[in-house]
Design a protein around this ligand. Structure first.
Ligand code: HPA
Length: 287
């Protein structure tokens, strides 16, 4: 990758951001990335401007069932406490054949639009046997086992610094608010470490045993690169996983994508209840 490429990334992200600005005057402060089976949350957005990814210059297209591919801009919450948000209904993954620069391109664009806070969500396999299927878990930290890094290549200083801290990648303050809000709504939000693999194959039982020994509680195929890029830009992050299945070998049964989609629908009410209550709190929190 040459220096021209880092500059190109910035220019391409700027043109995508300009296109989005031409569609709405709304300036999102908080972004939400909706993972597999969780896309319906976008219907909570008021006064929505919906932009298909296909219309946005340079935006990658999702090829996976359950990832709609729309950017929804609008507000969440009551008029006096309403928060301007950008919701990504679907994302792309490296296993679809995209580079990490492409996978994280939307995150770069959101940063240029002025987003300061991110709620990133995903479907994950549960490695910690205490999580049941359908559990919502706050990500406390991650292990990147994808063998690559979205910030590889020449650094673009308009995005951030060459080397950047990841010691509080998932804001402890945001997690605390999320745990408290779940308790207020009558359920326990556990915290756990998310380990990322490339996929698309699900893991083998031996891999899951190895990941458990490494300290992982959850496994998935997304999120870590978006979070790396968000931290590069100084964006504060709350990560939420939905345990759609127990990881390979935990139960004596195969894993299938239909199950992943179905669980998203089953916990929709709980997930929506948590997010709609949390968004105004995160928006006003200094972090
Ligand atoms: N492994 C990896 N990614 C996943 C899983 C899993 O078991 N479930 C949902 N996404």
């Amino acid at each position: 990758m040459s220096n021209a490429t880092a500059n190109d990334l910035y220019t391409h992200a700027q043109s995508a951001a300009s296109y989005i600005r031409s569609k709405t005057a709304l300036q999102p402060k908080l972004a939400i990335i909706l993972g597999s089976g969780l896309g319906n949350f976008a219907s909570q957005v008021n006064d929505a401007t919906v932009i298909p990814y296909a219309d946005i210059p340079n935006f990658p297209q999702s090829t996976v069932q359950g990832h709609t591919g729309k950017l929804v801009l609008g507000t969440i919450g009551s008029p006096n406490g309403s928060v301007p948000v950008a919701v990504m209904q679907g994302r792309v993954h490296a296993y679809e054949g995209y580079t990490m620069a492409q996978v994280t391109f939307p995150m770069r664009v959101l940063g240029l639009l002025g987003v300061e806070k991110l709620i990133v969500t995903n479907a994950a396999g549960g490695i910690d046997v205490r999580y049941g299927q359908g559990a919502i878990v706050a990500i406390s930290d991650h292990i990147n086992l994808t063998g690559t890094n979205a910030a590889l290549g020449p650094n673009e200083p308009r995005f951030g610094q060459r080397f950047f801290d990841m010691s509080s990648a998932y804001s402890p303050a945001f997690r605390k608010l999320a745990v408290a809000e779940a308790a207020k709504q009558g359920w326990t939000l556990n915290e756990g470490v998310y380990l990322a693999v490339l996929g698309p194959s699900y893991e083998t039982p031996a891999e899951i045993r190895a990941f458990r020994a490494l300290g992982a509680d959850l496994v998935g195929m997304s999120t870590v690169h978006e979070v790396i890029v968000a931290r590069h830009m100084g964006i504060q992050v709350l990560g939420l996983s939905v345990v759609t299945n127990m990881a390979a070998g935990v139960l004596d049964q195969p894993i299938n994508h239909e199950e992943v989609m179905e669980i998203g629908q089953r916990i929709e009410g709980q997930f929506t209840g948590l997010l709609t209550a949390l968004i105004p709190q995160l928006a006003t929190h200094a972090g």
